[in-house]
Structures are given as structure tokens and as C-alpha cells.
Write a protein that binds this ligand. Structure first.
Ligand code: ZN
Length: 399
């Protein structure tokens, strides 16, 4: 077993589990009479992995542009169907070794993520522990789908769109009432309005709107996650008091300092940004290389400042669901050590979910969420791509 916090091995480990909880962990412990024995032989045990930025309710196909794919998913699938897709995605991610996720937005399927979370909790379908953000909140016109005909005003949107403090407050209250655990906001987004303008990322929600959202969410102990891919968007969100910056591809040093001071987490979703690095060519490749290097430096700065970094794969396409461990490999390429990767995907993720007392490490008193891999992820993170055993709450996941 790897003790991810200390980066140490425990050999010949025995974990005693009762009623879904770990009651004792140690080397060579005696096995009580009458216990069910699961012998994992030479495998390496680690805590169940945690992905804090997923979209289990999204399974879009790659047909056209991202916006076109988004519109297609919204217009051709019922929410009922999307819950079924979510159930398949949930099983896939659990089998891949992720026993807990924070699902940051149902992408136009309303409260389907609440239904999936509750269905998993009730044991109706197999999947990870879920914290869900439900509809998410964006500024009016500030999220997918773009350029819909004005006659299509009633079509579902990818997020609950708001303008002003009253709508911001109402959206948070509604979403929490309907079952959201966490509130997701879009601090900035792409503008695709007119062919006469260049599309560029820019801040959308105001600091004031986000402050209202944070105030309303924090009242009931709900955290706020902010999508931010611009310098100003990230700074606005941190100023407003959010708990995590998602993507964070352009966070400046000043904002990182503030994040470290306030304990704001960073969730880089680096595979989603740089997954195409190996396959891209020409000018596109040059641009990606520059952005990658800038991000590597930003993350080095963040790590030096002790900004807490948790891992999220941001899967929303059919071909990405269940491949979440790819994010861990991308973080390695960005300069993380294997132990940093392991901690980001276990203890830090658990902390961001507010579940550190229950999950994230293998100790007496914690829930029995654990996985086994062949090989040693403390030296070879790629071992996490081949998970051989998954247990959540003392129950072995079926295949
Ligand atoms: Zn996302």
C-alpha cells in the first residue's frame, strides 16, 4: 500500500473493513475468524481516486464545432436519455478507479445530475460518490449554446443565465433547493456573437454578481467553483470569494498569491487543454507549445506558493468518459512529481469536496474507498491507467 500523504510504502498490508468502513490498517495484521478475505496478491493499494471536475451527464459526439456539438446534444437527447448516459459514464469512471467526483455542471440536462447522484447513493446504479453543481450559473449570453435563432428562446441552455444580483441570488437558492451540492459559475467565456468580431475570452459575470452567489452559497455551507480562463476572470472570481478556480489557464502571480493566502484551490484540467498537443501540427502546434510552457510556469509558481491543486479531467465527450486518469499523466508532463499527482487526486480532492474526514486516504475510521493497480504508481503514474480492483464503501465494483 502507498501512504500517499507521506509517500511511503506499507508492505504486506492488511486492511480490515466493517460496514463499509476501514477499522484497522497495518502490516501483517491477523485476519479475524469469519472475515471474508480478498487477496490482492502483488498489487499496489491506494485510496480511490478523486476527480473534482467532471461532467458525467455529457456525452457529446464530435461532429462539428464545439458549439454545434453542444446544440446537437441539447436538441436531440431527452433528459431521461441523458440520465441513462450518465449512469453508463458513472460506471465507467468507477471502473477506472475514481470512487468520488465533483460533477461541475449538467450541461443543459437540468437536475439530471441530482437524480444520478441520488440513484447511485440509493444503490440503483453503480458509480462514484458525487457532489453535483446542477445547472451552473453564467451571465446572460455567456455560455453554450451560441448563435441560436432568437425564435429558439425556450430551448434549454447549458447553464442558468443571470443578470444582476437578484437573479444571481435566486439562481443559487433554486439550485440548492433542487439538490445542488456545489455552485458553479462562469467568470468568463468565449464570445461568438458576430462574424465582424474576433472571438475571444473575456470576463462575463461581475465581481458583484459572483460575490452575491458566494454569499448565498456559503450560508448553507455550499462551495463555489469558478470557471476562469482569463487573467481578469480568475482575479474577479478570487476577489468575489470563490473556493476553486477551474481551468485557470491564465492566473497571474498576484492572484496565485491571493489564492494561497485564502486557501482557494486550483483545478488545472490540463488534459482538456493540452490533450491534442501530440497530434497537432504546424502553427496550431506552435501556439499550443507556447501555451503549454506558460501553463507549466504558472503551475510551478502555484506549487511554490503552496496553492492547493486538485485534479479534474473535464470529460464531456463520449470518447473521454472513463479515461480520467489521463489528467494525472498530463500533470506529470507539466512538472508534477508522482507523489504530488497522487496527493492531488486523493487527499487534496477529498479536502476540496469537504470530505477529507471520510475519504482520500486509507486509515482507520475512513470509508473503504480503495483501488489496486499492478505496478508502482509512486514511480510510474501510468500504472493508474490499469486499475485491477475497485472498492467503494466496502463494496467491490463489478465489471
Ligand atoms: Zn467543465
Amino acid at each position: 500500500m502507498i501512504d500517499v500523504e507521506r509517500g511511503e510504502y506499507v508492505n504486506n498490508v492488511v486492511i480490515l473493513i466493517e460496514h463499509g468502513k476501514i477499522i484497522q490498517v497495518g502490516s501483517g495484521l491477523a485476519i479475524p475468524a469469519g472475515a471474508t478475505l480478498i487477496d490482492l496478491k502483488e498489487a499496489t493499494l491506494i485510496p480511490g481516486l478523486i476527480d473534482v471536475h467532471t461532467h458525467l451527464l455529457s456525452r457529446s459526439q464530435k461532429i462539428g464545432s464545439q458549439n454545434q456539438n453542444y446544440i446537437l446534444q441539447l436538441t436531440t437527447k431527452s433528459n431521461e436519455y441523458r440520465v441513462l448516459e450518465g449512469a453508463a459514464n458513472a460506471k465507467a469512471i468507477l471502473e477506472a478507479g475514481f470512487t468520488a467526483v465533483r460533477d461541475l455542471g449538467s450541461e443543459g440536462s437540468g437536475y439530471a445530475d441530482v437524480a444520478l447522484r441520488d440513484g447511485i447513493y440509493a444503490g440503483l446504479v453503480e458509480g462514484p460518490r458525487m457532489e453535483v453543481a446542477a445547472r451552473a450559473i453564467a451571465a446572460t449570453g455567456g455560455y453554450f449554446p451560441y448563435r441560436l435563432s432568437p425564435q429558439m428562446a425556450d430551448l434549454p441552455r447549458g447553464a442558468q443565465l443571470i443578470t444582476g444580483n437578484d437573479e444571481a441570488r435566486r439562481a443559487v437558492r433554486e439550485q440548492i433547493y433542487n439538490g445542488a451540492d456545489v455552485i458553479k459559475v462562469y467568470a468568463d467565456f468565449l464570445d461568438v456573437a458576430s462574424p465582424n468580431t474576433t472571438n475571444f475570452n473575456h470576463p462575463t459575470l461581475t465581481v458583484d454578481e459572483m460575490r452575491t452567489i458566494v454569499e448565498e452559497a456559503h450560508k448553507g455551507g455550499h462551495r463555489v467553483a469558478a470557471h476562469a480562463t482569463t487573467r481578469e476572470g480568475a482575479r474577479n472570481a478570487v476577489e468575489a470569494g470563490v473556493d476553486s478556480i477551474e481551468h485557470g489557464t491564465a492566473v497571474d502571480h498576484e492572484t496565485l498569491v491571493l489564492m494561497a493566502k485564502r486557501g482557494v484551490y486550483l483545478v488545472p484540467t490540463s488534459a482538456a487543454q493540452f490533450g491534442s498537443l501530440e497530434t497537432s501540427k504546424g502553427l496550431e502546434r506552435d501556439r499550443l507549445d507556447l501555451r503549454f510552457e506558460a501553463f507549466r510556469q504558472e503551475l510551478a509558481d502555484a506549487r511554490q506558493l503552496h496553492v492547493k491543486i486538485a485534479t479534474g479531467y473535464d470529460a464531456s465527450d463520449a470518447d473521454k468518459q472513463g479515461k480520467n486518469a489521463n489528467e494525472l499523466l498530463m500533470l506529470l508532463k507539466l512538472g508534477f512529481t508522482p507523489q504530488e499527482v497522487l496527493r492531488s487526486a486523493t487527499t487534496v480532492g477529498a479536502e476540496l469536496m469537504g470530505m477529507r474526514e471520510m475519504i482520500g486516504s486509507l486509515e482507520a475510521g475512513k470509508l473503504a474507498d480503495l483501488i489496486a493497480v499492478e505496478g508502482d504508481p509512486l514511480h510510474d503514474v501510468a500504472a493508474l491507467l490499469h486499475v485491477s480492483f475497485v472498492m467503494k464503501g466496502g463494496v467491490t465494483a463489478t465489471r
